[in-house]
Design a protein around this ligand. Sequence first.
Ligand code: SAM
Length: 281
Amino acid sequence: MSDGRLIVCATPIGNLGDVTLRVLDALRSADIVEAEDTRITRRLFARYDIVTPLEPYHAKNLERRTPQVVGRVASGERVALVSDAGTPGVSDPGARLVDACLAEGLAVEVLPGPSAIVTALVASGLPTHAFYFGGFLPRKAGDRRRVLESLSGLGATLVFYESPRRTAASLASLAEVLPGRRAVMARELTKIHEEVVRGGVEELAHDLASRELKGEVVLLVGPPPSGRVAPEVDEARLRSRVDEVVGEGATRKDAVIQVARETGLPRNVVYAAAVGRATEA
Ligand code: SAM
């Protein structure tokens, strides 16, 4: 039987010491390593004397490269996959390659290790029993607000990746839509300039508004205090969201179903808040 497989290798998110022995073995013994940024991976290779050939696999070439890499695995090669930082497949092109290999019935092995999500979550001190990872927030303020509104009812810590340039704008949206929550900005984790700023979301938005941040950022917001949204805030938002969906052409019943799905709230709660009052008025 062929030994061909895709080996997904988690690599450090900063400190090069945070690599596992299994990942080093896999990178040394692979036929080829597919790297999101070969310059970054070369630093890891230099530190651990790894000389395996590297090929670029990133967002801009994945359409062309995916079938080629799948072909290599299918022909019996051991192909390792690494991203810029952390676990490939989390908010980077790796997920596409994993899916393509699985679709062809090929073996995929995942070697666990660092990821910025879990590192930031634990460093934040916010509740960890339930968390929601939202990837990168939308760039446009209106889209960002809509996404955050749809998450406002979740009894979970919210975790977002963010670019340093957009951190202030995203914090402003978080403060606007989720006031009164605890929030954390985690930057440059495991690196020399690691910084974790904790506080109220409004306080953080204010304090970081005028700072020019550098490096890599994770933003986190704690769950609503009781695990539920304050009814008066929630009712107003639910009503306006239901009205918005109706305005887009849905029936009121369908709008309630859609908003219940978006917020994770029971339909009768959405109905009572949005439709009940609307029909009384
Ligand atoms: N696959 C990676 C993982 O498992 O964490 C994440 C890839 S994603 C394209 C890159 C984002 O992760 C950055 O924009 C930043 O939000 C976050 N990130 C990566 N390294 C980080 C670090 N050392 N400190 C804080 N955030 C980091």
